[in-house]
Design a protein around this ligand. Structure first.
Ligand SMILES: [Zn+2]
Length: 316
């Protein structure tokens, strides 16, 4: 372990204690909550006011989750979560998921270019890239065995991605902590992102990308809670979601326990992943992404460069 990792672990140890740790590396289904007397944790309603027919994914299905579900999300909230939050994060992550081969409901996402000629699909034999001359979206560097693909994202709203992650955090949170997050819940389920009664700034996602084939061969969720005798100005709760090649870290906004921190600078550091602990902090690519905007982003380009071992060319 390198010095930087040690320093961060020390910082976390002084300020936080793990509250919920879910490490999903076994092929079995886990349901949070109970099927008896179901009450929705998001709207507070029970049957017959709401129904619980759908299987609620505690972590969205598009991330490849087939293991963690909850009994305390009603069908109506489930639908809102899907349209208000999850669809945005799925649009954001799709190009990455194609390359990482993350399987959602309809398998690994494919993508086409705007002209809808070139396309990338995952087949049994590997990635299949149909490339049309003049569709300058795919650049192949045969000498260095690299391929750069530029895709256009479907429209997404940045704050909806932050909400999507916050919602997962509230799903895995112990019941007795929910009282501290009443405003957070109200904010999550506002019908329109751009007509909010909360004005949140500096909602940063700490995003990590670990290269390689499924370096995180599991899905995991972690909630860290601030210690009573914490040393630094840190937010009450941190959340980390890890799967495939990605780690997403946020703090949970609008927490009652953070009122005394209002207007003060908070210290937030990247939580080390198993790869940091093993190989040192520099192997991972990190980005701090501002997700505060409530405006939809249309036509955003994202490029992914990947290396390949073998390429077979076929004329179409
Ligand atoms: Zn509900």
């Amino acid at each position: 372990m390198d010095e930087q990792t040690k320093e961060i672990l020390n910082f976390l140890e002084q300020n936080y204690t793990p509250l919920t740790t879910l490490h999903l590396n076994e092929d079995k289904k886990t349901f949070l909550g109970s099927k008896d007397n179901q009450t929705c944790r998001f709207c507070g309603k029970s049957e017959p006011d709401v129904t619980f027919r759908k299987i609620a994914h505690a972590i969205p299905e598009f991330t490849g989750n087939k293991r963690l579900f909850s009994h305390y999300e009603c069908d109506s909230c489930n639908e809102k979560v899907s349209s208000l939050m999850e669809s945005h994060m799925a649009n954001y992550m799709n190009i990455w998921h194609t390359f990482s081969q993350v399987r959602g409901k309809r398998g690994v996402p494919s993508f086409k270019t705007n002209a809808k000629k070139s396309r990338v699909d995952l087949l049994e034999t590997g990635l299949n890239i149909q490339y049309h001359e003049g569709d300058e979206i795919i650049e192949i560097d045969k000498e260095n065995k690299q391929i750069k693909i530029t895709a256009t994202r479907a429209t997404y709203t940045p704050i909806a991605i932050y909400k999507c992650l916050t919602k997962i955090a509230l799903t895995i949170m112990p019941e007795n902590e929910l009282d501290n997050f009443k405003n957070t819940l109200a904010w999550l389920f506002e019908e329109k992102h751009d007509e909010s009664k909360y004005h949140l700034k500096a909602l940063f996602l700490l995003f990590s990308f670990a290269p390689g084939i499924h370096p995180f061969d599991f899905q995991s969720c972690l909630l860290l809670k601030r210690k009573d005798n914490h040393k630094d100005n840190v937010p009450y709760m941190l959340f980390l979601l890890t799967y495939s090649n990605y780690a997403f870290q946020i703090y949970l906004p609008l927490c009652e326990m953070d009122k005394k921190l209002f207007g003060k600078e908070m210290t937030i550091k990247f939580i080390p992943t198993p790869i940091d602990l093993h190989d040192g902090i520099n192997k991972i690519i990190r980005r701090k992404i501002d997700l505060s905007s409530t405006e939809p982003i249309k036509g955003e380009k994202e490029s992914v460069t990947m290396e390949f071992g073998n390429m077979e060319e076929q004329e179409l």
